[in-house]
Design a protein around this ligand. Structure first.
Ligand code: ATP
Ligand code: MG
Length: 546
């Protein structure tokens, strides 16, 4: 398994180990909100948290940040666990933020008693007005100086369900003139009359993220709470909550890193959910989606995703990563792992006029051009064959070495074949190519009489198996103004002809379709009667490392 290089987070941890701040403890966590499927951005966070714990012999929890009762769903929870495991990680503990609701409530009571929190009756709009701006300080709420007793009573009543949603909130009492807007008496509890998947109707007040998260970390004994850069300005509040409640001797520390942004896709759960709900894609696991479920079904491997997360590194400044880097990691991983098969995508019929009508030979073809240990397989060859549309040109361009009238090429693993004549249909399209073969040139015979420049692949027409090929392209492309929009051609579905051994494939099996790309038998749809293959990635690499 790929290990992360020492990054700035590891430098912080090294220093903490040196000073003994947390003894020799390194505890991290991955804290998804179960309101959607995980995507490749989450993979970065997962790999960072789990690999950091692994590197230091520490622990990493999977913690559901389920403090918002309305958007959460069991479907998401099951998907999240499958995805983390697929990436190759196992959590030490699986925990629920909602199990800490009582402690969070007690913490809020503690803050009230210390005069550090108050119940506020301002409406959301009023609160916005009072908040001020980046350049102007905010105004104090008229409810800010309620007595401790009154606050305790009102907060208790909020909990007991006496008030409607939005009628009251609990706010931290910090500083309305702070240059950091997050510190201007932020809301820490709100009223939501909704049933929670874990706690049912026990609570009708729910903690806000900025209040809940530090407490979750502290309860679990997390040492280094890694999150994305947007939370940098929230760190003073994170520290404030733990300091003012004061129950933890060495509170966890929040460390921010740059989130992953990738070209040609989107990474907001909200947007991805909209695509699913509108039917723009087949579902969360559509092979075009940047979700882990989509990537898995697309045929990407966990090794490739981990390698990608390693290569992009951990930075303190946001950037946009080319999706072609991810694709090149996939190619690199598959190159030596998968066998090759002959598949024709835009078929042209070839008739070998001097080959006996009823004869079929079994040709021995290597399973991999790069790993000889993968052995060989026997592939039938006879008088009528399919070749690929891209491997023939009636009027060849300069430097075109494949099939064209009058040219001789090698049919890979078979014979040298010369194209003699193009037979057309009435509408001018190509019906077939009349060719001849040279029996002397059989592959493996040691023939050295002459050389040919082009080698092409082929499939025996009599035994060819039609398969459905789904060629995927990017989900998003830039429009004229450079704005990311849905690619109308994100999938092209065609029928191809495969050599007969393809029927032995099982769902999830990967192959290189010789000269075309890497393909996977679709894990959901593939069966003996429905031979559906997804293009994982094409063969050419457009990615050039800087
Ligand atoms: P989204 O913005 O896609 O809805 P989120 O941040 O709301 O995602 P959470 O479930 O809250 O999703 O995220 C769980 C963890 O994954 C958080 O620690 C978050 O910082 C991290 N994370 C989310 N998106 C990315 C990303 N693009 N790159 C790196 N880490 C991410
Ligand atoms: Mg979130």
């Amino acid at each position: 398994m790929a290990e992360s290089n020492n990054n700035f987070i590891h430098n912080i941890i090294d220093a903490d180990l040196e000073s003994g701040k947390y003894g020799n403890k390194v505890y991290t966590r991955f804290p998804p909100e179960p309101n959607g499927y995980l995507h490749i951005g989450h993979a970065k966070s997962i790999c960072l948290n789990f690999s950091t714990a692994k590197k230091y012999g520490g622990k990493c929890n999977l913690r559901y940040d389920d403090t918002n009762p309305v958007k959460e769903d069991m479907e998401y929870i099951n998907a999240i666990e499958a995805d983390v495991r697929w990436l190759g990680w196992e959590w030490d503990e699986r925990l629920w933020a909602s199990d800490y609701f009582q402690t969070m409530y007690d913490g809020a009571v503690e803050l009230i008693k210390k005069g550090k929190a108050f119940v506020c009756d301002l409406t959301a709009d009023e609160m916005k007005e009072y908040r001020g701006t980046l350049t102007e300080p905010g105004k104090e709420s008229p409810y800010r100086n309620r007595s401790v007793e009154e606050n305790l009573k009102l907060f208790e009543e909020m909990k007991a369900g006496k008030y409607a949603d939005g009628e009251k909130v609990l706010r931290a009492k910090i500083d309305m003139s702070s240059p950091n807007i997050n510190m201007r008496d932020p809301v820490i509890y709100r009223i939501v009359h909704a049933t929670h998947h874990n706690t049912g109707d026990e609570w009708c007040i729910y903690p806000m993220y900025d209040y809940a998260h530090p407490i979750e970390d502290a309860i679990e004994g997390i040492t280094h709470s890694i999150c994305t850069l947007e939370f940098e300005d929230h760190r003073p509040l994170y520290d404030w909550v733990l300091k003012e409640i004061g129950w933890w001797e060495t509170p966890p520390q929040q460390i921010e890193f740059a989130r992953l942004n990738l070209t040609n896709t989107v990474m907001s759960k909200r947007y991805l959910k909209a695509l699913v709900d509108e039917g723009a894609v087949e579902g969360w696991d559509d092979p075009r989606m940047p979700t882990i479920a989509g990537i898995r079904r697309r045929g990407y491997t966990p090794e490739a995703v981990r390698d990608f997360c390693d290569k992009i590194g951990v930075a303190k400044a946001n950037s946009l990563v080319e999706v072609s880097l991810l694709e090149s990691c996939v190619r690199d991983d598959l190159k030596e792992k998968v066998q090759s098969r002959n598949v024709i995508e835009k078929p042209i019929k070839v008739i070998i006029t001097n080959y006996p009508e009823d004869q079929t030979e079994m040709m021995e073809i290597e399973n991999s051009a790069v790993v000889p240990e993968m052995g060989t397989r026997m592939v039938p060859f006879s008088r009528e064959l399919w070749v690929d549309g891209d491997d023939f040109m009636e009027v060849p361009e300069k430097k075109y070495f494949r099939l064209f009238p009058g040219n001789e090429v090698r049919f890979k693993g078979a014979y040298f074949i010369t194209c003699n004549e193009v037979v057309k249909n009435e509408d001018g399209t190509i019906k077939e190519l009349l060719c001849t073969y040279d029996p002397e040139t059989r592959s493996g015979s040691g023939f050295e009489g002459r050389k040919v420049k082009g080698t092409i692949h082929w499939v025996d027409a009599k035994t060819a198996v039609p398969i459905t090929i789904r060629n995927y392209n990017h989900l998003m492309i830039p429009d004229e103004e450079g704005k990311n929009v849905l690619n109308p051609d994100s999938v092209e579905i065609t029928t191809g002809y495969a050599e007969p051994s393809i029927v032995e494939a099982n769902p999830g099996d990967r192959f290189q379709f010789f000269r075309h790309g890497y393909y996977i038998a679709d894990a959901k749809l593939f069966s003996k009667d429905n031979l559906v293959f997804n293009r994982i990635v094409d063969l050419k690499s457009s990615y050039k490392p800087k």
